[in-house]
Design a protein around this ligand. Sequence first.
Ligand code: F6R
Length: 609
Amino acid sequence: MVLDGLRRLEYRGYDSAGVAVLAGQGRLAVERKAGRLSNLEDRLTEVGRDAFAGTAGIGHTRWATHGAPVDRNSHPHRDAANRVAVVHNGIIENFAALRAELEAAGVEFASDTDTETVAHLVARAYDGVDGAEGTAGDLPASMRAVCRRLDGAFTLVVTHVDQPDVIVAARRSSPLVVGIGEGETFVASDVAAFIEHTRDAVELGQDQVVTINRDGYHVTDFRGEDAVSRPFHVDWDLSAAEKGGYEYFMLKEIEEQPEALADTLRGHFNGGRIVLDEQRMSDQDLRDVDKVFVVACGTAYHSGLIAKYAIEHWTRLPVEVELASEFRYRDPVLDRDTLVVAVSQSGETADTLEAVRHAREQKARVLAVCNTNGAQIPRESDAVLYTHAGPEVGVASTKTFLAQIAANYLVGLALAQARGTKYPDEVAREFDELAAMPEQVRRVLGTVEKVRSLGRSLADAKAVLFLGRHVGYPVALEGALKLKELAYMHAEGFAAGELKHGPIALIEEGLPVVVVMPSPKGRAVLHAKLLSNISEIQARGARTIVIAEEGDETVRPFADELVEVPAVPTLLQPLVSTVPLQVLAAEIARARGYDVDKPRNLAKSVTVE
Ligand code: F6R
């Protein structure tokens, strides 16, 4: 059961994996292995799985922060007497001081991790040797006492051989959910881990500790006071968390994009008006906004770059888009009339969370765009608009990117509506155009076979460049990011107009260059300029792969390979032109023999800064 749960969470980290089972007679059975979960499974088969029979167990898959991904740094970590086992997500920032204190007390460490300190601290609290009051023989009290001493972000899960029916878990700024089954209870960092057993869950709040046994759970704060937690029912099932016949989750998720878009838009146009989800902001609040920031990382950041074009055009408000990791350390100009839109699929990304905290400290209002119900970023924001893309397991974001674009556009339309920069019928028209996009994306998906074979033909390329202008520019950046992540190939996205200011020096005979064309009708001037840019690179021997609107005949002579996408309004073009780039990256990566769901060195949730 623990291994099944880990398999569904492996997208969160896959440097190493481990399990600990309370195997009866005061025995803690532990096995850990570097590499993928399958290595651990092979190891368990080798040593005999019978040794791991029990009714309470914990497991972990790791994305290394402290200490290389080798067996001895893998979780669970134990105290010296092998009585306590701990798994941990996040970083314990004061671990060096805690470790020094423990070493001074004669404790020997078996790993390079920050996590191991917790195993020793819990064991010592439980044994009553560290002077903390009321912790001896009490595992929840020991956990609370230790949590009070920790700085940083963490989810911890602890077992003790003396308490074979109990598991204690705690969280601060890192996710933890409880699953309520019949005669069985679960804790995990994501409901996907226990979705085949129960869809009834409870989300823990900040700085809470939960004690579970087979019959239920009890939640307190770090001081031991009873605490309120939020029960919820998961509205997707096991099939959503499984591959459903696809070779990779990512390929399934690319195909799911029409539904992700439709589900994200559903219900947001009601009674002739745009309505957001949990809008704890009034129309007056939206009218007071005098500046918008979009903060996010990676692909979510690219969705923000696209939103800038739409929101500025619709609202006449200045929009700044910033990488969350830079935003907070730059002293941005924020006040109560600034709206900060924090875009995050997971809702857990540490950089984005810190940006949200910084913005709120400066009294700005924060609206989260998030795909994970109740995650930390929406919890700490003033308002939230959920993308309903369903679980995304492939590490590279695909369907959530399209859903983020749609959600960001809803924010723009809500602002335009409240501020009267668009008439109600104009808002309705923009929404209708958005609502027609799932069908257009479906059409693109029907034609990507050609892109697949193109991808295979590019498997040996050394590098690929991506060019675009206007909204095609962030699409080019996203195409390059997908290729880097999945195919480990050098890939760069550029604003096509910048080419002659430097990057054109990279062009050489046969270099594949992907160009995202604007519409010849909607953006005639830009279209003409891009054709000139393509001529410049063609003249220098590049192999041009052009993504262009159906029926755009003028582009043919410029395209060594032409990929056609449906004609759609300019601002919506990223929703169709991104799709072939996702397929291209996946196909090149597969042709090179890589696992597109779990690219090397990456993890789905980046919960450390
Ligand atoms: C790229 C990718 C990452 C994430 C980034 C932000 O394919 O998945 O770049 O977009 O780590 O993650 P979230 O959206 O969860 O905040």
